[in-house]
Design a protein around this ligand. Structure first.
Ligand SMILES: [Zn+2]
Length: 421
């Protein structure tokens, strides 16, 4: 664990406004500035782009991913899912499709398979001195969480068969495509989610919901009438569930070649500099805390929110926080139904390998440490993580997260629309 930065919440509160309203405060260009005043007008391009998102399309993309079952890394169904994602990205006009190659050797191939599923049971009070992963303070009642590794816990024989072939160690790929910036092709925002899953279900929420969000943003932002000043890369990580291996491989291979023109004088930048990284994982389910008997509300809670997290103990905490508030403001202006909440304990997600190298945040249905860790999502890594488990309000929360990241990314990357002929 690294030592924390000299960073206090008083400083933080001042810094937020310093960054948003005086973007030079950290010696950086005004990349996280709030929307210009013209954003209110009917011709606001961000508004037009957000209107191009659609609940039924978002649902259909999640449904499309679930045809490959849990998409566990190192399996044929995982590779088929990557090919399917590639075909969709191509059809959206995201032209620069590439794959990062790496090798994955599990430290102990059987470790997951020997874990008992300890999920569920009655709720118990969280001890007053409890600390969640990521450093947050959990509260209220909690239930046990765990990973299902029992094939027979999946009652649907067809899905059980689909999820049965085991992961094989070795070569891995993960896919990304890039919209090239018109005036700053050497700088980019990364919009990402992980496409692999576990638990003997369909990984519909974890992380079909985040993968579909990224794909829908790729669709909207690669429409032929959209221009962005800076580049945007859409990445679907593999091997998240084994310990962020896909995103870690990307950072290891690419961090030192950021911003380099290659070949020289070509105007091409294979790895634009990382201005910000926005990760999405589990976007659908915010039904509140578990009750005493361990059950949960069947409905999305009316006060559900989109949770934006940065990690206070990271080298880029201040810049990541500013990025988080840019999303929060985008939600306030453009999201149709649900508000966004910012907090400081980002953990266990693909933005973690980036957080000491670039501004990095994660977007979720709940806080990962204090809420999901306390059992707020009973489908997490379970056979019940199926497309059919979720209802309209659940999918709508994911759509609101898509509206939020789309609006923020469009503003930050300088999106504009070609006038209609
Ligand atoms: Zn996940």
């Amino acid at each position: 664990m690294r030592s924390p930065l000299p960073f206090s919440w008083t400083t933080a509160a001042i810094s937020i406004f310093a960054i948003i309203f005086n973007p030079g405060a950290f010696g950086q260009p005004p990349r996280f500035a709030a929307a210009p005043a013209q954003a209110e007008s009917a011709a606001d391009p961000v508004n037009i782009l957000v209107d191009r998102l659609d609940l039924e399309r978002y649902k259909n993309t999640i449904k499309g991913l679930t045809q490959f079952g849990d998409r566990r890394q190192g399996t044929e169904r995982n590779r088929q899912a990557i090919d399917w994602i590639e075909a969709q990205l191509k059809s959206y006009g995201c032209a620069n499709i590439e794959r990062l190659k790496y090798n994955y050797q599990p430290p102990n191939p059987n470790i997951r398979d020997t874990q008992a599923n300890t999920q569920g049971g009655p709720a118990t009070p969280t001890p007053a001195d409890a600390k969640s992963v990521g450093g947050g303070r959990p509260r209220g009642l909690r239930v046990r969480t765990g990973v299902n590794n029992d094939p027979n816990a999946q009652p649907d024989p067809k899905l059980r068969a689909l999820d049965s072939p085991p992961s094989v160690p070795g070569a891995r790929e993960e896919i990304y495509c890039t919209k090239i910036g018109t005036t700053h092709p050497d700088e980019m925002y990364i919009v990402s989610a992980h496409m692999d899953g576990i638990g003997w279900g369909e990984a519909a929420n974890d992380d079909g919901s985040g993968t579909a969000l990224v794909m829908e943003l790729a669709r909207v932002l690669n429409n032929s009438d959209v221009r962005t000043e800076r580049s945007i890369r859409f990445i679907l990580w593999n091997n998240e569930e084994t310990g962020l291996n896909g995103s870690s491989a990307y950072v290891a291979q690419r961090r030192d070649v950021q911003g380099q023109e290659n070949p020289p004088s070509s105007g091409k930048y294979p790895e634009p500099r990382w201005l910000g990284m926005i990760q999405h994982d589990m976007m659908l389910f915010d039904h509140g805390a578990p009750r005493e008997d361990g059950t949960m509300s069947k409905e999305q809670r009316p006060e559900a929110d989109v949770n934006i997290e940065f990690q206070v103990n990271s080298k880029f905490a201040a810049q990541s926080q500013a990025l988080a508030w840019a999303l929060e403001q985008a939600d306030e202006k453009y999201a149709t139904d649900y508000p966004a909440t910012v907090s400081s304990h980002m953990t266990n997600t693909d933005s973690n390998p980036f957080m000491d190298v670039a501004p990095a945040i994660s977007v979720r249905e709940n806080e990962r440490g204090t809420q999901i860790g306390n059992g707020w999502d009973p489908q997490w890594h379970q056979p019940t993580d199926l497309y059919a488990t979720y209802n309209e309000k659940d999918f709508r929360l994911g759509l609101n997260a898509a509206q939020t990241t789309l609006a923020a990314t469009a503003q930050l990357a300088g999106a504009s629309l070609k006038p209609a002929r």
